[in-house]
Structure formats: structure tokens, C-alpha cells
Design a protein around this ligand. Structure first.
Ligand code: C2E
Ligand code: MG
Ligand code: MG
Ligand code: MG
Length: 297
């Protein structure tokens, strides 16, 4: 089956899962914003959207990336860029991150129960710098896995290069402890951070995500082609899997497939959707109801 075909089939889809009101209501002070975010954690206003991950060889969806959204009853949908930085600064990211982790493991365990247990299926969860430095992280991951009964290697934690540069010893200890649990580690936005490639052998890394920044110019920009090829080749040599992010056109899709990228995600295949939609997809149901847009327009 051809992933591009599915994308074509679902064009025009318009099921809206998340509602976004007009942006423009500002909170007066940072303190207001902080107490609002604190209240949101207490009131459980965070929801998790899932963007399907496509296996480039089969063209089939085999999992998803968990992406948090803040669904405020008064102000509507807020995207991560609008609250993750404050959550990081205040430490509330620890609570929000735990919510995402638990939801992702529970949902992935449900998806697995609906497919052949031998089939590949994975869920990826973004970690923030603060979470990686938080000493309770390993126990939280263990608890989320136990509670959901998810096979640990189906959970992939995404970190960034920059996060590995801060406190290397803590990062190394934590990553090896996570590795011992059986979870896998991916480098998000690979090639865009500040780091040396040496960490690829110092830390237990399993996957590289090719940043949208490079995917964007595939087929148009020789530099982006060269960088993407280099990343995929490097990953191949080191035995790492690759995920191409931000695939929006069939041209980009054909390029990443030709370069040997293992997995891909992007608006061409699907926007982030709710967990039930991912379940239908991994079960092989049709792409027809997939929203072309995450928000109403
Ligand atoms: P990311 O982890 O690199 O996630 C990819 C972002 O690109 C997502 O934005 C996704 O919706 C968007 N995207 C996917 N496909 C396409 C495409 O084809 N074109 C374009 N233009 N964009 C695409 P989102 O959900 O707004 O998240 C933004 C960032 O916020 C994420 O970047 C991640 O760094 C952070 N984030 C999201 N969820 C979480 C979370 O649960 N915890 C933490 N710590 N960070 C999160
Ligand atoms: Mg990510
Ligand atoms: Mg990122
Ligand atoms: Mg990314």
C-alpha cells in the first residue's frame, strides 16, 4: 500500500477534534499565567494528540508521537509552544510530562491489544530538559509501563541534543537507567542542536529524528538532500532507526523513502489526531476520516 495514496484519499477530510478560538486574550502578568497553568494541572486540562508514524517500507501506520495540548474550558486550545516554556521554567512540566507519559502508555497498550501482538507498534513521548534532570523520571516511566502493561520497547522517549549538553553525568545515568527498563531513546530534531556527535556512542541512543528543517527542502535544496542523506547513512552505520519529520509533500515522501528512512510523519499522512483514530489506523481501517486540519478554520 502506498502512503501517498492514503493521503490523497483523505484530502478534504474535516473532522475537527480540537477547537481553537481567536488568539488575543492575554494574561496580564507572568504571575497570572503561572497560576493559570498551575490550576490547569490541578483541573486536568491537558489532552494528548497523536501524530501517526508511517513505516516507509509498508506504507502502514505503526504508531504515533504523543503531542500535548492544553484544552482550557475558557480559552480553548493552546499549543505546546504557548505553554511548554513557562511549564519548563516553573517546573510544572514535571506534572504535565507525567500526564502525557501515562496517557501515551495506556493508549499504546490499547492499540497493541487491537492488533496482532507480533506486529510492530510504538509510541514516542517528548521529554523536556527539566524532566531529564528530574530524579523521579525513571520511577515514573517504570510506573507508567507497569500500570499500562505496555511492552517497554514500544515506548520511545524523545530528547534533544541540547539536553545532553547540560548536565552530562545526570543525563547519562538517567538514560542508562531508562535503557535498563527496556525503553528506547530518540534524538528529536537531530542536527539542529548544539552538540558533538561523540554523544552518539556515549549515550544509549536508538533512533534519530530528521528535523523538519532538513526535510523541508528535500528535492529542491541540494544541501538539505545531502544533510538528510548523511543523517540516514550515519544512522545506518550505527544501527539506529530514522524518523523523518514534517513530511508535507509526496516529493519529500519519495525522497526520504529513497534515502532509506525507516519511518515518517507529517501533514501529508495525518495531522495529530485523537488516540481512537490512531487505533483505527493501526488496525488497518480507512484513512478517509482523518482530519486534514487539526483546528477548525
Ligand atoms: P516536536 O517534538 O519536534 O514535534 C513536531 C511538531 O511538528 C508538532 O508540533 C507537530 O504537530 C508538528 N508537525 C507535524 N507534522 C508537521 C508537518 O508536516 N508540517 C509542520 N509544519 N508541522 C508538523 P506541536 O504539537 O505544536 O509541538 C511543538 C513542540 O512542542 C514539539 O516539537 C515538542 O518539542 C514540544 N512538545 C509537544 N508535546 C510535548 C510534550 O508532551 N512534552 C514536551 N516536553 N514537549 C512537547
Ligand atoms: Mg518530538
Ligand atoms: Mg522538538
Ligand atoms: Mg521534532
Amino acid at each position: 500500500a502506498d502512503a501517498a495514496m492514503y493521503a490523497a484519499k483523505r484530502s478534504g477530510g474535516s473532522t475537527h477534534l480540537f477547537y481553537e478560538p481567536g488568539i488575543g486574550e492575554h494574561t496580564d502578568t507572568r504571575q497570572d499565567a503561572e497560576s493559570e497553568l498551575t490550576a490547569a494541572v490541578q483541573n486536568e486540562e491537558f489532552v494528548v494528540a497523536y501524530q501517526p508514524l508511517i513505516d516507509m517500507r509498508s506504507g502502514r501506520p505503526i504508531g504515533a508521537e504523543a503531542l500535548v495540548r492544553w484544552q482550557s474550558p475558557t480559552k480553548g486550545l493552546r499549543m505546546p509552544d504557548q505553554f511548554i516554556p513557562l511549564a519548563e521554567e516553573t517546573g510544572l512540566i514535571t506534572d504535565i510530562g507525567a500526564i502525557v507519559l501515562r496517557d501515551a502508555c495506556m493508549q499504546a497498550a490499547r492499540w497493541v491489544r487491537s492488533i496482532d501482538p507480533e506486529d510492530e507498534l510504538l509510541v514516542t513521548v517528548n521529554l523536556s530538559a527539566r524532566q531529564l534532570q528530574h530524579e523521579g523520571l525513571v520511577e515514573e516511566v517504570r510506573a507508567a509501563l507497569t500500570e499500562s502493561a505496555l511492552d517497554p520497547h514500544r515506548l520511545v522517549l524523545e530528547i534533544t541534543e541540547t539536553m545532553l549538553m547540560h548536565d552530562r553525568d545526570t543525563a547519562a545515568t538517567t538514560l542508562w537507567a531508562l535503557k535498563d527498563l527496556g525503553v528506547r531513546i530518540a534524538i528529536d530534531d537531530f542536527g539542529t542542536g548544539y552538540s558533538s556527535l561523540a554523544y552518539l556512542r556515549r549515550f544509549p541512543i536508538d533512533m534519530l529524528k530528521v528535523a523538519r528543517e532538513f526535510v523541508d527542502g528535500l528535492g529542491r535544496d541540494a544541501n538539505d538532500d545531502a544533510i538528510t542523506r548523511a543523517i540516514v547513512d550515519l544512522a545506518g552505520t550505527l544501527g539506529l532507526l530514522t524518523i523523518a519529520e514534517g513530511i508535507e509533500t509526496t516529493q519529500q515522501q519519495e525522497h526520504v523513502a529513497a534515502l532509506g528512512c525507516d519511518l515518517a510523519q507529517g501533514y501529508l499522512f495525518s495531522r495529530p489526531v485523537d488516540a481512537d483514530m490512531v487505533m483505527s489506523l493501526v488496525r488497518g481501517e480507512s484513512w478517509e476520516d482523518i482530519p486534514g486540519q487539526e483546528t477548525s478554520e
